[in-house]
Design a protein around this ligand. Structure first.
Ligand code: PLP
Length: 494
């Protein structure tokens, strides 16, 4: 043998048998289609048995187990134990279902495996197109900039980073927050999502920089208290720089008076950031659009596509009205990333200049293909359908003497509890907590929970394109049935 022949065999990670891989791929598609088609026949959720948990404490495989074995392990130990959020009776937290076609789009994106940091490749065009569509959906001008991110938390962080840098009044990128002549503060209602606080902490401002403003009986920010707080903070030598408005709060679906907040920000010279994680998309329905009117006045807007737009995780979006300020907050171009005029780096589109990540996945593809699949009006109709379902459930609750609605229902969230024959507050809290565990553990339905005015509430958040009215009837029936049972069993159990 010559010297080439005796060299170590060169390897790759490609399949040794492409035909076998192709057949396995077909089987996977078939099984996942069955899984999605028949999701209604399964329990919403089931606990993970100890025997299954044990499968995840194995040593690092050093030798191949092969594709068949790893797929079988997925089918046995992973697939049967999801969060439940693709089920028609999942209404916990704020989660989306995903769709069959967007699952396939994810596969195509992974197959292309292109890097969305930038460069002359079609993925950049897809994402820019999706961003243009997002601006159109929410009424922002075409000159605004944007970026697709992992979700609402990252979208808030990106928006708040631009706000902080644009309003600092000095070069905060080089000097840091310690260079601030006066401590920078921002404002948000007490109902604001925790991701805003996380973002503010990561930006080095500290959670105390958020001045939390009380809400009215509809859980919307009290704008006159807000105005007073801004003036008082200024007189104390602080530097107000931003107001965060909510389009759909996580507890009750309340939307702040966005037009009033935009006016106030204009008068006071503050940045107006809107957290519209799910609520922003009410703008897609002509009948609901007025709920979020004023959203188009945001300087930056954060929202999710993996919640009410039903995209598979993860994808959220930040839009920024001042594209220059957006780019200035994130652009950093060392020699090895210089943008050229020709070749693969010869592109005007470098999305890495608008966010935290350099290497980025092709999350734009599923959004682009899904909007083309259905057209945007269909998404608007689904959103409206969910809001009507929320009203339907609220109606039923208000007609049931044993149930009590705990908050107004301005959008898609219904908070209520079982009262039955009544009881002390603590007893009712315990009863409803137990009731929720039963709903989850029997796989009946999956609301989540919150505390409103000190009362434990069952919380039904409807961002679910698979739910039908019968599902809400079943929920109400089961809450009453389990509630009665628990009340009958009485104090000993609870
Ligand atoms: C879900 C949510 C967020 C956070 O978004 P993620 O996609 O979970 O990171 C922020 N704000 C509100 C109002 C939300 O509902």
């Amino acid at each position: 043998m010559d010297s080439v022949g005796t060299a170590a065999r060169e390897e790759s990670l490609d399949p040794e048998n492409w035909e076998e891989m192709r057949l396995l791929g077909h089987r996977m598609v078939d099984q996942m289609m069955d899984y999605l088609e028949h999701v209604r026949d399964r329990p919403v959720w089931q606990p993970i048995p100890a025997g299954v948990t044990g499968q995840f404490h194995k040593p690092l495989p050093s030798a191949p187990e092969g594709v068949e074995r790893s797929y079988q392990d997925f089918l046995r130990y992973v697939l049967p134990y999801p969060t439940g959020n693709i089920h028609p009776r999942f209404w916990g937290w704020v989660m989306g279902n995903g769709t069959a076609f967007s699952m396939l789009a994810e596969m195509l994106a992974a197959g292309m495996n292109l890097n969305q940091g930038g460069g002359a490749q079609a993925g950049s065009l897809v994402e820019m197109q999706v961003l243009d569509w997002c601006k159109e959906m929410l009424g922002l001008p075409g000159t605004a900039s944007g970026i697709l991110v992992s979700g609402g938390s990252m979208a808030n962080l990106v928006g708040l980073a631009v706000a902080r840098n644009a309003k600092a009044g000095y070069n905060i990128r080089s000097e840091g927050v310690r260079g601030a002549p006066r401590a920078m503060v921002l404002y948000a209602s007490t109902e604001t999502h925790s991701s805003v606080q996380k973002g503010v902490e990561l930006l080095g401002l500290g959670s105390k920089a958020i001045h939390k403003i009380a809400v009215n009986s509809r859980f919307e920010i009290d704008t006159s208290l807000l105005r007073e707080a801004i003036h008082e903070d200024r007189s104390r030598g602080l530097e107000p720089f931003c107001v965060v408005g909510n389009a759909g709060t996580v507890n009750t679906g309340a939307t702040d008076d966005l037009t009033a907040l935009a006016d106030l920000c204009r008068q006071e010279g503050l940045w107006f950031h809107v957290d519209g994680a799910f609520g922003a998309l009410a703008a897609l329905s002509p009948e609901l659009r007025r709920i979020v009117s004023g959203i188009e006045c945001a300087d930056s807007l954060a929202f999710d596509l993996h919640k009410w737009m039903s995209m598979p995780y993860e994808v959220g979006c930040t839009l920024v009205k001042d594209a220059v300020a957006h780019r200035r907050a994130f652009s950093l171009t060392p020699d090895y990333l210089e943008h050229t005029t020709r070749g693969i780096a010869g592109s005007d589109v470098w999305l890495s200049d608008y966010g935290v990540q350099l290497s980025r996945g092709f999350r734009a593809l599923k959004v682009w293909m899904s909007i083309k699949e259905h057209g945007i009006e269909k998404f608007g109709r689904i959103i409206r359908q969910n809001v009507e379902q929320a009203r339907y459930l609220a109606d039923r609750i208000s007609r049931e003497p044993e149930l009590e609605l705990l908050a107004p229902v301005p959008m898609n969230i219904v908070c209520f509890r079982y009262c039955g024959a009544g009881g002390e507050r603590g007893e009712l809290d315990d009863l409803n907590r137990e009731l929720l565990f039963e709903l989850h553990e029997k796989g009946i339905a999956a609301p989540s929970y919150t505390i409103l005015d000190g009362k434990y509430a069952l919380r039904v958040c409807i961002t679910n394109h698979r739910s039908i009215r019968k599902d809400y009837d079943l929920l109400a029936d089961e809450v009453i049935r389990i509630g009665r049972e628990l009340q009958k069993r009485g104090g000993g159990v609870l």
